[in-house]
Design a protein around this ligand. Sequence first.
Ligand SMILES: O=C(O)C(=O)C[C@H](O)[C@H](O)CO
Length: 309
Amino acid sequence: MSLFLSIGEAMVELSSAPDAGEDIWRLGFAGDTLNTAWYARACLPDDWDVQYMTRLGQDPFSPRLLDFLATNSIGHRFITTEASRSVGLYAIQLENGERSFAYWRGQSAARLLAEDPALLDEAFAASNAIYLSGITLAILPEKGRDALISRLSAARTAGKTTIFDPNLRPKLWESADSMRDWLTRAAAGAALVLPSFDDEAEWFGDTSPEACARRWQQAGAAEVVVKNGGGSMVILQDDRLDTRHAEKVSPVDSTGAGDSFNGGYLAARLTGSTPLEAAEAGHAIALKVIGHRGALIAMSDLKGAARSR
Ligand SMILES: O=C(O)C(=O)C[C@H](O)[C@H](O)CO
């Protein structure tokens, strides 16, 4: 059995349900790293175990989140509990299908997810592929960021597949400079980096997806896929640069588009597909996801887009 480990913060998600009435909100669970674990689980064969690592609280929603993971075959072997804290919350606001988020997560239990070095060592040692994001780092104190980045680098040196999505969320960081600095450090420990061009152009000043890919390669990544909404996506692997043209589609809700692409892409790469084949798989899933409200769609609704399990 191989193990895909995703590390980060899962939250309660509020997404509007306009068919039910103006002020009716649908309650779900999501969070960038959980979303990627979800879509990886949907696409990976059964000889892959998918585990999620976070810390939850003792509020009424934390056990429901654990049940939700268990029901959907996502493992909680590395999930711990902090009695004095609770799970965070976010709400999706939509403008023409493009999302923005409001957060209530400043004191969430997940901010303590890197406080147990022995558990981190155990989780990294047990895993074949390890995934984390810029959001994972943003919510942690500096010591926690160092703890994850050093283990990611060591895992990469040990031959494991290490993956990082910079997932820029400036409002979670102390400053834009600090965000850029930590993300660049993390990329040195990641074999695969999966950025999104719009955000990278805004915060790193990249003038094209190719410039973005080359910057992450210089930071240390061996394989970079620059997601680009409905625009051309660039895949850089060592010296080989491929461009995948995409059709522009109007989203119902763009929440989770990049995370779902990552899940499909990684599942395909981890089971032997080429980067271009994997990009097709990731794109097919993201197209389905942006047709629904909220980050997660039922795994059974992915039939045809995901490989059947
Ligand atoms: O913004 C965050 O921190 C989230 O994790 C919420 C969303 O699920 C995620 O951003 C979608 O990519």
